[in-house]
Design a protein around this ligand. Sequence first.
Ligand code: BGC
Length: 814
Amino acid sequence: MTSSSYGYFDDANKEYVVTTPFTPLPWINYLGNNGFFGLISNTSGGYSFYRDAKFRRITRYRYNNVPMDSGGRYFYINDGGTVWNPGGRPVRTELDHYECRHGMGYSKFIGRKNAVEVEQTTFIPLEDTCEIHRVKVTNQGDSAKTLKLFSSLEWCLWNAEDDGANFQRNFSTGEVEVVDSTIYHKTEYRERRNHYSFFSVNAPLAGFDTDRQHFVGVYNDYSCPKAVMDSACTNSEAHGWSPVAAHQLDVELAPGESKTFVFVMGYVEVDADNKWQAPGIINKAPAADMQAKYDTEAKATAALKTLTDYWDNLLSRFTVKSGDDRLNRALNIWNQYQNMVTFNMSRSASYFESGIGRGMGFRDSNQDTIGFAHMVPSAVRERIVDLAATQQSDGSAYHQYQPLTKKGNADVGGNFNDDPMWLVLAVANYVKESGDTDFLHFVVPFEDTPEVPSTIYHHLKASFYHVVNNLGPHQLPLIGRADWNDCLNLNCFSTEPNESYQTTQRGDSKVAESLMIAGQFVLYGNEFVEIAKLLGMDVDASEAQPHIDAMVASVKQHGWDGEWFLRAYDSQSKPIGSQQNDEGKIFIESQGFCTMAGIGFDDGKAEQALDSVEKHLACEYGVMLQQPAYSDYNPLYGEITSYPPGYKENAGIFCHNNPWIVVAEAMLGRADKALSYYTRITPSFIEHLTERHKTEPYVYSQMISGQDAYIQGEAKNSWLTGTAAWNYYAATQYILGIRPEYNGLRIEPCLDKSLGDVQIVRHFRDAVYHITINQGDGTGKGIASMTIDGKPVAGDLVEYADYAGEHQIEVVLN
Ligand code: BGC
């Protein structure tokens, strides 16, 4: 357990304990795994949605507000005029004790004031579309207490974008019903919706409010809601305006007595023919069924236990015990947890992604699977099917799709030329992990040829040939709108402030080329060839190989700048990421991808490129995206030059790409450098930087400001970042070197001595391997000897066919 002034890790409980409501930024957690989701801050701020944070937003949240983090599911105590929240906000009353425990799929708030303790535990059960708040109130004093307990949340009118814009309509549409202790939100149900939400409690009410103006007051805010301050709800019924749900419970407690209430906020869908139980009265049967499952403390507690058991089991599929607790904490708990969240959310809903912008990104979602396939392979399979269904027969893909409809987002379109090859990574990684080679024959038609029974294998082939068919003047891949770096817009030339860099393309120069895609093509092109061979498609394999060889040759001939790989050629065929440039002389992406592809391992270029990364791009807080930063806007390069120096893609530390360097260093056998880069951005290793970082000390952020920034080392955009999957992949598959392959598990560590000997438990398909890695006296790279169940085995591959079941594996490193 280490600590900062804001909190500490509690590894035994798999929790981060926040010890003040006033963290540098709201520190959040995610609830829900199966379609119903909640974002919850360390003061119980946030919101909930069903599947799609744009189209099925259930509770309202106001982004970028003053004060920060306004809105949530708040519980209030009015104890003889002293008003407070167990979550420490929004009421400003200072508590005698506050803690928030963010755990795996739940958050617990413990507030104490004047000998009253409230413990609020909020979670989404595995099986239902509802959020449960188990609220336990204890009188710790020696005299009886009569308290008022209020709940409160604000309904969002379903479409989050419309909810924040279309007030001329919205202020007239809101509708609710209140029956017993349940408040039903049924706005728009009378017309086209077959769903409603509800907020209930398993105790009789002393009062309620459903109209915000009555509960909060027109000129009050959530720090002093009128009804709470007045000690009485008004039983208001919302007709239009802003519907809310607030319960009032009068709670009498003898000294030492506790009472527990279970609040359930749920979402239900109703069969279109059975929408009404009487004219104008909604069919409440599905809500009643759900409520009945959680209407006692025991039932709620059992559901919480099922959830924590689920997580214990999930996380136990890969555990590590090294000599460094920080590594263990990252790999055993928080990184895997974040991998689930990025897998579920892509880049849609966080405290920095409003949930109304992008849906699921093609490149992002494919990459997110590589940190998750060992946890829930079946979900990865389903995701890959959804992604493949948005691909076109020429290999191109919609850049995003909407989770509710699973349809490609036509507003954004495609033409991001890195997109197709990420599918190869996701499929190869999934099949290696699961052994599900049949999946390669699974039929998923291309979006534009629904009648043709194309298989996943055909998709991979289409991805491969999309690159081959889109080469530029140097026989390098055309970049299209952008490659991985969304902000390097070489065909955009925007001088109009109201247009999007990502979707604007002026002409199709067929000139601008990407060295990042070149490396990506070689790396995942080789995977494609391996898959073709696996399926016995030898003609495909031998036809593909020359394209890969030619790409390696083009990179060496046109993509090497003397000490590192170029980044791109612009629309005028001039190099980017070259000594010839005044700014942006060297970029991280092409160094990462060309070296991971193995280019330059034979002639020293790979090593030289990585040495240049260390010399020019590495700093204390991580590896910067490029150097020097661009100081002026350049329409030829687009958005990258729109950011002030040191931020985001303009020479920020864009964490997502740092693991590429970790992988490449491990491939070269430089264990110390691999670990050093890994730890620079891994949250548990940089807890001491929390004051500077500001974001949650338990998860990765997308970006840390670089050395050109006004404020250096400040993190932004926590949670939804490809860093999670990639740094996990780099650490487990390359530093620990536990790498799934089609016929078994490769064990090829590249382990710095500081990590000591390492014990690993790795579930692999139906096998369980207990692996001990003993440091030798040498480099830490690769293994000198391996025994399985005490018997020496040649090489470093544990063949699955020979070793299903449970086995002890012991390796000694070189
Ligand atoms: C996007 C990624 C992109 C990255 C770098 C992120 O915000 O989600 O798709 O690769 O930025 O530009």
